[in-house]
Design a protein around this ligand. Structure first.
Ligand SMILES: Nc1nc2c(ncn2[C@@H]2O[C@H](COP(=O)(O)OP(=O)(O)OP(=O)(O)O)[C@@H](O)[C@H]2O)c(=O)[nH]1
Length: 229
């Protein structure tokens, strides 16, 4: 965990602010009913940190790219069916040299958001290797969601949306395309995960199972008027 400070400092330096540290202290005391650990995974530069900052702060970290060092986390409490659900979201370094550090955190995670970059074929091709790693190190019943990020970069797209859908179907995981830059589907991805985890933890025997795929589709359609996809 000695690496966490380094990555925070790097990203703060980029923003010229130390507000993240203050926010983190405040959020430690924020009231919640139930908490879950979520991890962001995927190749370096696919947009894991930006997706987290978009969800947490509603902002986009543009400018020069500074790679995460090791692992870092941020908390966010969301309302799910009148319960306060705290998501402790771990932002991992995509670079190969930090893999052994991040492996140690897999086992505690209840959900994994696995990202690729729609403008990078390599990041998409590497998803299979990430899934192999997940099956090796994560809990058997971990919730996995596949995200094709940078959906705003239409002109540079090299991975078709249908290819993302096909891969997700093959592994039986939910999928959507996101943009940390415009915010498209970022909140929906985290909320769908929060709902799935909350339902798993509190579900009564006679209650119908929460269907994450159906939820995502219904929300996407509901929001299509407002720029979501
Ligand atoms: N256009 C666009 N750029 C993005 C998006 N998400 C991230 N970026 C840019 O992509 C670069 C990498 O983003 P990061 O969030 O730092 O990537 P990361 O996956 O955390 O990378 P590592 O920390 O090395 O694992 C940065 O220059 C971001 O500004 C997006 O949705 N759209």
């Amino acid at each position: 965990m000695s690496t966490r400070k380094t990555s925070l400092t790097d990203k703060q330096a980029k923003n010229g602010t130390s507000k993240y540290v203050l926010e983190r202290c405040a959020s430690v005391n924020e009231y919640y009913d139930i908490a879950f650990k979520v991890m962001l995974l995927g190749d370096s530069s696919v947009g894991k940190t930006c997706a987290l900052v978009r969800f947490k702060d509603g902002a986009f970290l543009g400018g020069n790219f500074i790679s995460t060092v090791g692992i870092d986390f941020r908390n966010k409490v969301v309302d799910v069916d009148n319960l306060k659900v705290k998501l402790q979201i771990w932002d991992t370094a995509g670079q190969e040299r930090f893999r052994s550090v991040t492996h140690a955190y897999y086992r505690d995670a209840q959900a994994l958001l696995l990202l690729y970059d729609i403008t990078s074929k390599l990041s998409f091709d590497n998803i299979r290797a990430w899934l192999t790693e997940i099956h090796e190190y994560a809990q058997k019943d971990v919730v996995i969601m596949l995200l094709g990020n940078k959906a705003d970069m239409v002109a540079d797209r090299v991975v078709k949306k249908e290819d993302g859908e096909k891969l997700a179907k093959e592994y039986g995981v939910p999928f959507m395309e996101t943009s940390a830059k415009t915010g498209v589907n970022v909140e929906l991805a985290f909320l769908a995960i929060a709902k799935e985890l909350k339902h798993r933890a509190t579900q009564q025997q006679n209650e119908p199972k929460f269907q994450i795929h159906d939820y995502i589709e219904s929300q996407k359609h509901k929001s299509s008027c407002c720029g979501l996809m």
